[in-house]
Design a protein around this ligand. Sequence first.
Ligand code: GYE
Length: 311
Amino acid sequence: VSAVCAAMTSMAIAAPLTVGFSQVGSESGWRAAETSVAKSEAQKRGITLKIADGQQKQENQIKAIRSFIAQGVDAIFIAPIVATGWEPVLQEAKEAEIPVFLLDRNIDVKDKSLYMTVVTANNVLEGQLIGEWLLKELNGRQCNVVELQGTVGASVAIDRKKGFADAISKASNVKIIRSQSGDFTRSKGKEVMESFIKAESNGKNICMVYAHNDDMAIGAIQAIKEAGLKPGKDILTGSIDGVPDIYKAMIEGEANASVELTPNMAGPAFDALEKFKKDGTVPEKVTITRSTLYLPDTAKEELEKKKSMGY
Ligand code: GYE
C-alpha cells in the first residue's frame, strides 16, 4: 500500500501544470519576443501554456480569462492592456482559487490579494534614464521634444511619461511641445510623427522624439526620413525595449538611445508559480527586472546578444 501511496504522491507532484496566458496582442517586436520566450520557458518546465491573443482590447482579455477559469487551469498569466477595470474578473479567479500572475504591465486595484505578483520593469526609471541621457547629450542646448505615448491607460505608458517628465522637470532648456499616443505600434508611431513634423515647421522645430517603445521610434525614424531630415542627427531619438531593429538603427546612425527591457517576464512568473505549488511560498508582490540604457557605441554587441533572447 505504501508503495502505491508513494507512487501516487510522486505522480501528484509530477502532474504537469496548465497555465492560461492572456496576452496583449502583437503590437511590437518586444511583445512577440515575450510570447516566444513564454512558450520556450513553459516547454523547458513541462508546463502546458495556452495563449489567448487580446488584440489590444481589454474585453477580449476578460473573455479569455473567464474561459481559462471555466477550463480550470492551474494559474492565469495576464499582460494587462490597461491598468483599470480588472476587479470583477479577478474576483472570479480568486473565488475559483486560481492564482493570477501579472506580466510586464501593472494594474490599479485596491485589493492586492487579487493577484500573486507582478513581474515588470521599473517603468518610471526607464523614462528617467532617457530624460537624463538627453540632458547630458544636450549639455544645456535648447531642445523641443515630441513624445509618442504608448497605449492610452496602460500602466507602462503612464509610468514612462512620468519618468521622462520628472527627469527634465528642472531643466529650463528642454520642453515637451507635443505628446500623443501611437499605441505602441510602428504604423501609428509613424503616422503621429508625420503630423508632429507637419505642425512644427516641417520638423525644424523638433530636436528630439521620445517614444515609449522602440517600434514607435522606428516608425518615427521613417517619418523623419520621408520629411527629408536625418534621424539621429537633425532629430534625436530615445525609446524603450532594446529590440534588434533599434540597434540596427543605431548602427546606421539613425537612433540614439534605448533602454533595454528583458522579454523574459514569464520565467520569473513560472518560478514563482512552481514554488507556490510546491510548498505554498507566496512571492513578493513585485518582481522588478533590470533596466539598462544602451547607446550606439555598443549597438553591434547588443544586436548579437539579441539572437539568443527570443527575437
Ligand atoms: O515596452 C511595448 C509593448 O508592456 C512592457 O508593451 C510592455 C510594453 C513594451 O507593446 O513594446
